[in-house]
Design a protein around this ligand. Structure first.
Ligand SMILES: [Zn+2]
Length: 252
């Protein structure tokens, strides 16, 4: 059994664009459904504030209670099913699919079973992909594999997943010569969240929020670098220096 509830969130800004509708399909008796549904609204406001832009397309949020239902909810055309055990969320311009944290013990790996706070961060990460997809001409990032550092780094940065622990691990890896050699390989390996997330954090600090927002519709690394007026090598060198010089609290 599922319950369907449509929520229209009003945006208190002076934008002329209409506010998009978020609809929800959630498992009927799942303790995580209500907090995640509430988080979708909180995240939406935070994300719209970050970008200074509204969600312009309606979004269908589906929370499921098993890996089987998760795979059934993901369009086959995305080519990610059967999904791997670490994957508990997915988002493109018009939809967001999440595996409820109450199912993580049985149907997921690398996530603390039942951790609603982590699930909320994942919700915000996926909603960042959703708004990015709404302003990107591909809508679902097809063919943007080389720019995964920007897509995933942006979602990692906006969602708050780029904590000091991740930054410190990325800093240490960079210091021991294990950093990415190009943008296309930044979203790979064990420190991909730290590398890609900090690249977008660096971009936001050095080039400014308006510049970051102007990258939402770009579909290649070349176009992104052109907009920033730099080259891949210079960007990576600048980021590398910035990350290495960050003072971070020590972590085990
Ligand atoms: Zn992601």
């Amino acid at each position: 059994m599922t319950s369907l509830l449509a929520v229209l969130a009003l945006i208190g800004s002076a934008t002329a664009q209409p506010s998009a509708t978020f609809s929800f399909i959630t498992p009927a008796s799942d303790a995580a459904s209500a907090p995640l549904q509430a988080e979708a609204d909180i995240s939406r406001r935070a994300i719209e504030k970050f970008f200074g832009k509204p969600f312009v397309n309606s979004v269908a949020v589906t929370i499921v209670g098993s890996r089987k239902e998760f795979d059934a909810a993901i369009p086959a055309a995305w080519g990610v099913t059967p999904s791997q055990c670490w994957m508990v969320g997915a988002g493109v311009y018009d939809r967001l699919i999440m595996l409820s944290p109450t199912a993580w013990a049985k149907d997921a790996c690398d996530h603390k079973p039942g951790d609603v706070d982590e699930a909320k961060q994942i919700m915000r990460h996926e909603l960042t992909h959703v708004i990015h997809g709404q302003y990107n001409p591909t809508h679902d990032f097809t063919g943007l594999d080389d720019a995964a550092w920007f897509i995933e780094g942006l979602a990692t940065y906006v969602s708050g997943q780029l904590d000091d622990k991740r930054l410190a691990r990325a800093q240490a890896a960079l210091g021991s010569g294990k950093g990415p050699t190009g943008l296309a390989d930044a979203w790979s390996g064990s420190e991909k969240y730290g590398f890609s997330g900090s690249m977008v954090a660096y971009l936001d600090k050095k080039y400014g929020r308006a510049k970051l927002i102007s990258l939402l519709d770009k579909t290649t690394n070349a176009a992104i670098m052109q907009e920033l007026g730099t080259t891949q090598q210079a960007f990576i060198a600048g980021w590398s220096e910035w990350l290495k010089s960050r003072k971070l609290a020590p972590h085990a």
